[in-house]
Write a protein that binds this ligand. Structure first.
Ligand code: 5RP
Length: 265
Protein backbone atom coordinates (compact mmCIF):
# COMPACT_ATOMS: atom_id res chain seq x y z
CA UNK A 1 0.00 0.00 0.00
CA UNK A 2 1.34 3.42 -0.88
CA UNK A 3 1.59 6.14 1.80
CA UNK A 4 -1.51 8.00 0.67
CA UNK A 5 -3.66 4.87 0.74
CA UNK A 6 -2.28 3.85 4.15
CA UNK A 7 -2.80 7.34 5.53
CA UNK A 8 -6.40 7.49 4.33
CA UNK A 9 -7.16 4.02 5.73
CA UNK A 10 -5.65 5.00 9.09
CA UNK A 11 -7.75 8.15 9.19
CA UNK A 12 -10.83 5.94 8.92
CA UNK A 13 -9.71 2.93 11.01
CA UNK A 14 -8.19 4.38 14.18
CA UNK A 15 -4.58 3.19 14.50
CA UNK A 16 -4.98 2.30 18.23
CA UNK A 17 -7.39 -0.54 17.58
CA UNK A 18 -8.02 -0.65 13.83
CA UNK A 19 -11.72 0.01 14.43
CA UNK A 20 -14.09 2.68 13.18
CA UNK A 21 -17.43 4.36 13.80
CA UNK A 22 -18.66 5.88 10.53
CA UNK A 23 -21.79 7.97 10.60
CA UNK A 24 -23.86 7.24 7.48
CA UNK A 25 -25.86 10.29 6.40
CA UNK A 26 -25.97 9.60 2.66
CA UNK A 27 -29.58 8.39 2.60
CA UNK A 28 -30.91 11.46 0.79
CA UNK A 29 -29.26 10.33 -2.44
CA UNK A 30 -32.27 8.12 -3.10
CA UNK A 31 -34.64 8.81 -0.15
CA UNK A 32 -34.68 12.62 -0.30
CA UNK A 33 -35.40 14.41 3.01
CA UNK A 34 -35.69 11.29 5.15
CA UNK A 35 -37.08 11.69 8.68
CA UNK A 36 -34.65 13.45 11.08
CA UNK A 37 -32.32 14.35 8.22
CA UNK A 38 -34.55 17.10 6.80
CA UNK A 39 -32.12 19.74 8.04
CA UNK A 40 -28.85 17.84 7.72
CA UNK A 41 -26.53 20.27 9.51
CA UNK A 42 -28.72 20.31 12.62
CA UNK A 43 -28.66 16.52 12.84
CA UNK A 44 -25.04 15.93 11.84
CA UNK A 45 -23.06 18.68 13.62
CA UNK A 46 -23.66 17.51 17.24
CA UNK A 47 -22.55 14.01 16.24
CA UNK A 48 -19.27 14.98 14.57
CA UNK A 49 -17.17 14.88 17.78
CA UNK A 50 -18.56 11.43 18.60
CA UNK A 51 -17.77 9.53 15.39
CA UNK A 52 -14.65 8.77 13.34
CA UNK A 53 -15.87 9.68 9.85
CA UNK A 54 -18.88 10.87 7.87
CA UNK A 55 -20.34 8.95 4.92
CA UNK A 56 -22.30 11.38 2.77
CA UNK A 57 -22.83 12.86 -0.69
CA UNK A 58 -20.93 15.79 -2.15
CA UNK A 59 -24.08 17.92 -2.03
CA UNK A 60 -24.42 17.55 1.74
CA UNK A 61 -20.70 17.92 2.27
CA UNK A 62 -20.44 21.18 0.33
CA UNK A 63 -23.65 22.73 1.62
CA UNK A 64 -24.14 21.42 5.14
CA UNK A 65 -20.74 20.59 6.66
CA UNK A 66 -18.42 23.36 7.75
CA UNK A 67 -14.93 22.73 6.27
CA UNK A 68 -13.40 23.62 9.64
CA UNK A 69 -14.16 20.09 10.87
CA UNK A 70 -11.18 17.79 10.56
CA UNK A 71 -13.32 14.71 10.14
CA UNK A 72 -12.52 12.09 7.47
CA UNK A 73 -15.06 11.91 4.66
CA UNK A 74 -16.30 8.75 2.95
CA UNK A 75 -17.96 10.13 -0.15
CA UNK A 76 -20.98 8.41 -1.68
CA UNK A 77 -20.29 8.37 -5.42
CA UNK A 78 -23.06 6.14 -6.76
CA UNK A 79 -26.72 6.91 -7.40
CA UNK A 80 -29.18 7.71 -10.15
CA UNK A 81 -32.45 6.38 -8.78
CA UNK A 82 -35.08 7.17 -6.14
CA UNK A 83 -37.41 5.39 -3.77
CA UNK A 84 -40.37 6.27 -6.04
CA UNK A 85 -38.74 5.37 -9.37
CA UNK A 86 -37.72 2.10 -11.00
CA UNK A 87 -35.27 -0.43 -9.62
CA UNK A 88 -33.08 0.98 -6.86
CA UNK A 89 -30.27 -1.20 -8.19
CA UNK A 90 -30.07 0.82 -11.42
CA UNK A 91 -27.10 2.93 -10.27
CA UNK A 92 -24.20 4.62 -11.98
CA UNK A 93 -21.12 6.52 -10.80
CA UNK A 94 -22.16 10.09 -9.96
CA UNK A 95 -18.91 11.84 -8.98
CA UNK A 96 -15.61 12.21 -10.80
CA UNK A 97 -12.35 11.31 -9.08
CA UNK A 98 -11.21 14.91 -9.61
CA UNK A 99 -14.14 16.19 -7.57
CA UNK A 100 -13.54 13.57 -4.86
CA UNK A 101 -9.93 14.80 -4.64
CA UNK A 102 -11.07 18.42 -4.55
CA UNK A 103 -13.23 17.50 -1.56
CA UNK A 104 -10.22 15.94 0.19
CA UNK A 105 -11.99 12.64 0.81
CA UNK A 106 -10.54 9.73 2.73
CA UNK A 107 -12.54 7.13 0.75
CA UNK A 108 -15.25 6.83 -1.86
CA UNK A 109 -18.29 4.56 -1.53
CA UNK A 110 -20.48 2.84 -4.09
CA UNK A 111 -23.29 0.26 -3.90
CA UNK A 112 -23.31 -3.10 -5.64
CA UNK A 113 -26.50 -5.09 -6.13
CA UNK A 114 -25.50 -8.72 -6.51
CA UNK A 115 -28.21 -11.02 -7.85
CA UNK A 116 -30.32 -8.24 -9.38
CA UNK A 117 -30.93 -7.25 -13.01
CA UNK A 118 -28.25 -4.59 -12.45
CA UNK A 119 -25.62 -6.89 -10.98
CA UNK A 120 -23.29 -6.59 -13.98
CA UNK A 121 -23.69 -2.82 -14.27
CA UNK A 122 -23.02 -2.18 -10.56
CA UNK A 123 -20.06 -4.56 -10.42
CA UNK A 124 -18.50 -2.88 -13.45
CA UNK A 125 -19.19 0.48 -11.75
CA UNK A 126 -17.21 -0.84 -8.79
CA UNK A 127 -14.34 -2.05 -10.94
CA UNK A 128 -14.18 1.25 -12.85
CA UNK A 129 -14.27 3.26 -9.65
CA UNK A 130 -11.48 1.16 -8.12
CA UNK A 131 -9.34 1.59 -11.25
CA UNK A 132 -9.71 5.36 -11.00
CA UNK A 133 -9.39 5.60 -7.21
CA UNK A 134 -6.31 3.38 -6.92
CA UNK A 135 -4.44 5.78 -9.24
CA UNK A 136 -4.75 8.40 -6.49
CA UNK A 137 -4.43 6.19 -3.40
CA UNK A 138 -8.10 6.51 -2.47
CA UNK A 139 -9.75 3.49 -0.84
CA UNK A 140 -13.06 2.31 -2.25
CA UNK A 141 -15.78 1.16 0.13
CA UNK A 142 -18.27 -1.22 -1.51
CA UNK A 143 -21.78 -1.33 -0.04
CA UNK A 144 -23.49 -4.70 -0.49
CA UNK A 145 -26.89 -3.12 -1.01
CA UNK A 146 -30.16 -5.07 -0.89
CA UNK A 147 -32.54 -2.25 -1.84
CA UNK A 148 -36.04 -3.00 -0.59
CA UNK A 149 -35.34 -6.75 -0.33
CA UNK A 150 -34.28 -6.77 3.32
CA UNK A 151 -34.87 -10.53 3.56
CA UNK A 152 -31.74 -11.03 1.45
CA UNK A 153 -29.62 -10.28 4.52
CA UNK A 154 -28.38 -13.82 5.21
CA UNK A 155 -24.86 -15.15 5.49
CA UNK A 156 -24.93 -16.98 2.15
CA UNK A 157 -25.93 -13.91 0.14
CA UNK A 158 -23.81 -11.44 2.08
CA UNK A 159 -20.70 -13.69 1.94
CA UNK A 160 -21.10 -13.87 -1.84
CA UNK A 161 -21.53 -10.11 -2.19
CA UNK A 162 -18.71 -9.19 0.19
CA UNK A 163 -16.28 -11.60 -1.39
CA UNK A 164 -17.05 -10.39 -4.92
CA UNK A 165 -16.51 -6.78 -3.80
CA UNK A 166 -13.16 -7.68 -2.21
CA UNK A 167 -12.09 -9.70 -5.26
CA UNK A 168 -12.76 -6.70 -7.49
CA UNK A 169 -10.47 -4.65 -5.26
CA UNK A 170 -12.64 -2.87 -2.69
CA UNK A 171 -10.47 -1.88 0.28
CA UNK A 172 -13.46 -1.83 2.69
CA UNK A 173 -16.79 -3.62 2.50
CA UNK A 174 -19.98 -2.53 4.17
CA UNK A 175 -22.65 -5.12 4.75
CA UNK A 176 -25.35 -6.13 7.24
CA UNK A 177 -25.12 -8.12 10.43
CA UNK A 178 -26.75 -11.55 10.07
CA UNK A 179 -26.92 -14.99 11.66
CA UNK A 180 -23.60 -16.83 11.15
CA UNK A 181 -21.94 -13.47 10.54
CA UNK A 182 -18.53 -15.01 11.21
CA UNK A 183 -18.89 -16.82 7.86
CA UNK A 184 -19.14 -13.47 6.10
CA UNK A 185 -16.03 -12.26 7.92
CA UNK A 186 -13.99 -15.43 7.39
CA UNK A 187 -14.44 -15.35 3.65
CA UNK A 188 -13.85 -11.61 3.13
CA UNK A 189 -10.16 -10.62 3.03
CA UNK A 190 -10.72 -6.89 3.62
CA UNK A 191 -12.16 -5.00 6.63
CA UNK A 192 -15.92 -5.28 7.01
CA UNK A 193 -18.17 -2.66 8.62
CA UNK A 194 -21.89 -3.04 9.25
CA UNK A 195 -24.84 -0.85 8.36
CA UNK A 196 -27.71 -0.60 10.81
CA UNK A 197 -30.62 -0.75 8.38
CA UNK A 198 -34.08 0.66 9.16
CA UNK A 199 -34.64 1.89 12.71
CA UNK A 200 -34.94 -1.03 15.13
CA UNK A 201 -37.50 -1.41 17.93
CA UNK A 202 -35.09 -0.49 20.73
CA UNK A 203 -31.67 0.93 21.38
CA UNK A 204 -30.80 -2.40 23.03
CA UNK A 205 -31.34 -4.22 19.71
CA UNK A 206 -28.91 -1.86 17.99
CA UNK A 207 -26.26 -2.16 20.68
CA UNK A 208 -26.55 -5.96 20.62
CA UNK A 209 -26.01 -6.02 16.88
CA UNK A 210 -23.00 -3.72 17.14
CA UNK A 211 -21.56 -5.88 19.92
CA UNK A 212 -22.19 -9.17 18.11
CA UNK A 213 -20.73 -7.86 14.86
CA UNK A 214 -17.55 -6.68 16.61
CA UNK A 215 -17.27 -9.95 18.57
CA UNK A 216 -17.47 -11.86 15.27
CA UNK A 217 -14.80 -9.85 13.51
CA UNK A 218 -16.29 -6.67 12.07
CA UNK A 219 -13.91 -3.71 12.11
CA UNK A 220 -16.62 -1.21 12.90
CA UNK A 221 -19.99 0.19 12.01
CA UNK A 222 -21.23 2.53 9.30
CA UNK A 223 -24.63 3.28 10.81
CA UNK A 224 -27.19 5.94 10.11
CA UNK A 225 -30.86 5.72 11.01
CA UNK A 226 -30.36 3.81 14.25
CA UNK A 227 -28.22 6.69 15.47
CA UNK A 228 -29.81 9.88 14.14
CA UNK A 229 -33.42 8.68 14.19
CA UNK A 230 -33.04 7.85 17.89
CA UNK A 231 -34.58 10.27 20.39
CA UNK A 232 -31.06 10.52 21.83
CA UNK A 233 -28.65 10.44 18.87
CA UNK A 234 -25.60 11.60 20.82
CA UNK A 235 -26.12 8.99 23.52
CA UNK A 236 -26.49 6.33 20.81
CA UNK A 237 -23.33 7.42 19.01
CA UNK A 238 -21.38 7.36 22.28
CA UNK A 239 -22.76 3.97 23.31
CA UNK A 240 -21.92 2.43 19.93
CA UNK A 241 -18.46 3.97 20.04
CA UNK A 242 -17.87 2.43 23.49
CA UNK A 243 -18.51 -1.01 21.98
CA UNK A 244 -16.37 -0.40 18.91
CA UNK A 245 -13.43 1.31 20.61
CA UNK A 246 -13.58 0.53 24.32
CA UNK A 247 -14.60 -3.13 24.25
CA UNK A 248 -17.73 -2.27 26.24
CA UNK A 249 -20.18 -5.10 26.88
CA UNK A 250 -23.81 -4.63 25.85
CA UNK A 251 -24.67 -3.89 29.48
CA UNK A 252 -21.92 -1.29 29.81
CA UNK A 253 -23.05 0.35 26.55
CA UNK A 254 -26.69 0.37 27.70
CA UNK A 255 -25.65 1.90 31.05
CA UNK A 256 -23.67 4.58 29.22
CA UNK A 257 -26.61 5.24 26.90
CA UNK A 258 -29.00 5.59 29.85
CA UNK A 259 -26.71 7.89 31.80
CA UNK A 260 -26.16 10.19 28.78
CA UNK A 261 -29.85 10.09 27.92
CA UNK A 262 -30.78 11.08 31.47
CA UNK A 263 -28.40 14.01 31.22
CA UNK A 264 -30.26 15.03 28.08
CA UNK A 265 -27.42 14.28 25.66
C1 5RP B 1 -27.62 3.38 1.79
C2 5RP B 1 -26.40 3.29 2.63
C3 5RP B 1 -26.51 3.76 4.01
O1 5RP B 1 -25.41 4.55 4.27
C4 5RP B 1 -26.51 2.58 4.90
O2 5RP B 1 -27.64 1.81 4.70
C5 5RP B 1 -26.24 2.89 6.37
O3 5RP B 1 -27.24 3.49 6.97
P1 5RP B 1 -28.29 2.73 7.88
O4 5RP B 1 -27.53 2.32 9.12
O5 5RP B 1 -29.33 3.76 8.13
O6 5RP B 1 -28.78 1.52 7.14
O7 5RP B 1 -25.37 2.85 2.21
O8 5RP B 1 -27.45 2.59 0.67
Amino acid sequence: MDWGMKNRMSRIFKPDDGHTVMLAVDHGYFLGPVSRLEKPAETIEPLIPLVDSLMLTRGLLRNCINPKYNIPVVLRVSGGNSIIGGALSNEGITVSMQDALRLNVSAVALSIYVGTDHQHQTLINLANLINAAEDYGIPVLAVTAVGKELEKRDARYLSLSCRIAAELGARIVKTYYCEDFEKVIESCPVPVVIAGGPKMKSELDVLEIAYNAMARGAKGVDMGRNIWQSEWPQAMASAISSIVHKKASVKQAVDLFNSLKNRGR
